[in-house]
Design a protein around this ligand. Sequence first.
Ligand SMILES: C[S@@+](CC[C@H](N)C(=O)[O-])C[C@H]1O[C@@H](n2cnc3c(N)ncnc32)[C@H](O)[C@@H]1O
Ligand code: SF4
Length: 451
Amino acid sequence: MSLNINNILANIDLRAPRYTSYPAAPHFTELTQKTHASWLGQIPQSEAISLYIHLPFCDRLCWFCGCFTKITSTYRPIAKMVGNLVTEIKMVAQLLGERRKVVHLHFGGGSPSVMLPDDFSAIMDTIHQYFHIDENAEIAVELDPRTVSDDKIETYAAQGVNRASLGIQDFDPAVQKAINRIQPFSMIRDVLDSLNSVGIDKINMDLIYGLPLQTPESLHQTAESTILLNPTRISLFAYAHVPWLKRHQKMINQGDLPDLADRLKMNKMMSRRFEEAGYEAIGIDHFARPDDRLSLAQHHGGLRRNFQGYTDDNGQVLLGFGPSAISKLPQGYAQNTSSFQEYRQAIMASHLPSARGHELSENDLVFGAVIEQLMCYFRVDLAVIAEGFGLPVTHFSAALAALQSLPGRELFQISGNIIEVKKDYRMYVRMIAAQFDQYRDIGNAKYSKIA
Ligand SMILES: C[S@@+](CC[C@H](N)C(=O)[O-])C[C@H]1O[C@@H](n2cnc3c(N)ncnc32)[C@H](O)[C@@H]1O
Ligand code: SF4
């Protein structure tokens, strides 16, 4: 390949949103609880919905962590949060009116696996009481393997959990030490055996490249260990080092971080290894077995992007619960306050804890559709999107012109109204998608680097 990617990238602003929503969350503005409540009340009865429960606690701090979480050495705050979540679920269900059908249910965090079995069951029981969980619903839980026990796993199975996502990051003991997260291979294998024994066999593993002390060679070993454990899905995230936002990342020695060239090598090597092992590449950072729901969705054109990343969930309604959680409604986005105190006070006063959001305009839907299509398929036909909205394709002329003069033009092709990112440079799709972002230069939002 003749392209000198480092020269190209040196001239490009590599910071762009991850586009798990459009507009991206930093562009949300104040949203009143009254507006949020009225949006909930207007959701058509026939609409199937998805639920996301955010448990923002962990018992130890990983130095690389970019998630919204709080470390607690006692169980008290977790127990209190479970009580608040139960109340919030009831409150939202009452605003929705009749019992709604749930097709996706996801527990994320933080680490929902820090919850004791009875507390996990209390949340599930509340959801059963106020919603109808579809028999084919996907019920997924994010697990920090260090916090899992057999009784928790038995409870997950009894409560219908059918997918588990394990935070692995890297198997190399030296890297694990450098990120303050020791979890030997044998521990992961034991957790997988326990999950398997209760029938939870749809497994995702989270890995990160770009961590301190990683080399392309050491990461190759992590790829082999992962393949050996045979998860149905793998998420391969680029380490986002943002110490000005996440101060604990200062614990990571900057000099131990791999440079851009090594990060590129790592991404390519891991992708190649997973594809050789039979996984299909999905979007910018996922791999899935051909019979996994994500691969099937990718084939029939149903791959979507939401706050959990890539999904086969093509519903209009995703309801988020817990501090900082975001809901997507047909009318727009509503985000809960990130302040634990404000969240608790709102719940205790029987108010929705929403604080920020964005009402979607027709133009948001139009540009959001282009961005989602690019993020999912690396290819978009602007004429098809324009036609879908009854607009002339000239609606995109300004964005197309910006794209045509973009440094890094070698990374993608434009033929007529079709834009396609070249296979080797798919990890830069955010940069191309950003040319369609009508909010990009508004405000002072800081995003992580693309690669
Ligand atoms: C909420 S955590 C998963 C569950 C659990 N807390 C754990 O870590 O095992 C979500 C995932 O985000 C990824 N992640 C966290 N911080 C990151 C960062 N700074 N850059 C890239 N990925 C990150 C990790 O792969 C992590 O497993
Ligand atoms: S366990 Fe997960 S959420 Fe918690 S600190 Fe580590 S990476 Fe962050």
